[in-house]
Design a protein around this ligand. Structure first.
Ligand SMILES: Nc1ncnc2c1ncn2[C@@H]1O[C@H](COP(=O)(O)OP(=O)(O)OP(=O)(O)O)[C@@H](O)[C@H]1O
Ligand SMILES: O=C(O)C1=C[C@@H](O)[C@@H](O)[C@H](O)C1
Ligand SMILES: [Mg+2]
Length: 187
């Protein structure tokens, strides 16, 4: 499926850029400035879910558990990926469902923002809006999730972008070059 001519055509011609990666990898932060730089519309699947339900993600996890949230995430992604010229920041767990991976892969260039556990921890340790990290040992939880998910991020990604010490702006400019290169090599 993934490599059929129809799918690879839409992947690039949709103009969509889809960011995947762990909590704290910078999908929302990077997505916003990337969209501004490329004159695309920025959307965030977590924000879309909160907009659709009128409640916060922690509240959805409280009431419906993770399975309820995952269903809402799949519904939100399905509605978003059919649009064009988006920069779409996904939730950290968006790669877990095979149907999510298929729809992301078919409808945009997928970018994995890769970060190590220590950086992820530094960026998320004080945040209360990520239900999966409301645990005694955030560092260990991030390590566990990265271990479970890294192969899925890699599998779905067209571009893997390591994020480290450099500024978000410098990283964004690097990413713009990588995207251009990808488009040139895959037109
Ligand atoms: N490359 C970076 N260098 C330093 N700090 C960063 C970088 N990317 C993001 N951050 C910071 O990390 C925090 C988390 O980033 P962000 O919310 O964009 O992550 P996310 O990938 O969208 O996470 P989630 O999956 O939970 O939505 C923010 O405070 C942001 O400013
Ligand atoms: O990594 C995850 O599973 C999550 C990441 C966030 O973006 C939210 O989608 C939610 O907190 C779950
Ligand atoms: Mg985010």
């Amino acid at each position: 499926m993934q490599n059929s001519p129809t799918n690879s055509t839409r992947k690039i011609q949709s103009g969509n850029l889809i960011l995947v990666g762990m909590m704290g990898s910078g999908k929302t932060t990077m997505g916003r400035i990337l969209a501004r730089h490329l004159n695309k519309v920025f959307v965030d699947s977590d924000e879309e879910i909160q907009f659709r339900t009128g409640v916060t993600i922690p509240h959805i996890f409280d009431v419906e558990g993770e399975p309820g949230f995952r269903q809402r995430e799949t519904d939100a992604l399905a509605a978003l990926v059919v649009r064009n010229d988006l920069v779409l920041a996904t939730g950290g767990g968006a790669v877990l469902a095979p149907e999510n991976r298929a729809m992301m892969s078919e409808n945009g260039i997928v970018i994995y923002l890769k970060a190590n556990v220590h950086d992820l921890w530094l960026r998320t340790r004080n945040d209360r809006n990520r239900p999966l990290l409301q645990t005694g040992n955030v560092h260990a939880k991030l390590a566990e999730l990265l271990q479970q998910r890294n192969a899925l991020y890699q599998q779905v990604a067209d571009i893997v972008m390591p994020t480290g010490r450099q500024s978000v702006h410098a990283l964004m400019l690097k990413l713009v070059n990588e995207i251009e290169l990808y488009r040139k090599n895959n037109q």
